[in-house]
Design a protein around this ligand. Sequence first.
Ligand code: FAD
Length: 302
Amino acid sequence: AYDVLVVGGGPSGASAAIYAARKGIRTGLVAERFGGQIMDTVGIENFVSVKYTEGPKLAASLEEHVKEYGVDIMPSQRAKRLAKNDLVEVELENGAVLKSKTVILSTGARWRNIGVPGEEEFKNKGVAYCPHCDGPLFEGKRVAVIGGGNSGVEAAIDLAGIVKHVTVIEFGSELKADSVLQERLYGLPNVTVVKNAQTKEITGTDTVNGITYVDRDSLEVHHVELEGVFVQIGLVPNTDWLKDSLDLTRMGEIVTDKHGATSLPGVFAAGDCTDSAYKQIIISMGSGATAALGAFDYMIRN
Ligand code: FAD
């Protein structure tokens, strides 16, 4: 059995594994895809102390660092069930059951896609998901934000301070964001809000040059010329397999305390799969360290 078993090999899982292994305890890491979301990221400019890096490069350094400590890495394995008896048990899709005194869940999240032509083609070529990450790339340009919930409207307010113009595209007849955010949004001079609009296509040549939507009342087709599209229709935590094992929020995020502990004793969680307020590389690495120290504290008391 392991002392600490980390499920997930993104920034939070790698950080948790390093912090655990440095305590000299038996540490395993099982991950479907080592690196996680950063494998889909081109430029990273907000990983503090590194002015610019690229996702796959950061993932390779993470792996090298984890391997430095003799962590038992089980790549290309997906966990499907979590249970607790004397030890915590993690069952993999291949049928194997791993046992550990403590488990750190760091299975991350994924952005919900809008699923229209052009989205996949122009990813990282004008189509973006994270305003904190990619907003500055669109300085002085025109962008659209798809989605009028809290994250969409927050993104629009944030982007309006950087870009030339923001068009918010909401499918429903009303924005769903909190009213204080809506008031703030409507007070901005360089924002247009389009409601009742179904996005049909993101257009471009090498990079994005516009967005096409249909007015759901009149069925008229509109095209807006712009250089960027931020898709803000939700970040989905990879926690489906956990819903019968521990407490999740309404959004499916794992509820954690300040030690990274979940509602199941001995099970900790870190990164984008948790109810942390913000989802970023540096934040997930910090919470991975917290969860590992939390797990170590738990172990020496039990
Ligand atoms: P993830 O990176 O999602 O890793 C999850 C890990 O768990 C993966 O290894 C996955 O394979 C594994 N996993 C999932 N389910 C299972 C399972 N059932 N069994 C086993 N393994 C499983 N943040 C920044 O700070 N700066 C940026 O510039 C930036 N740009 C981004 C650009 C894009 C396109 C995207 C998608 C995200 C970006 N982010 C950026 C956000 C950042 O990538 C995430 O906050 C960070 O990766 C979260 O780390 P994590 O370890 O919590 O989860």
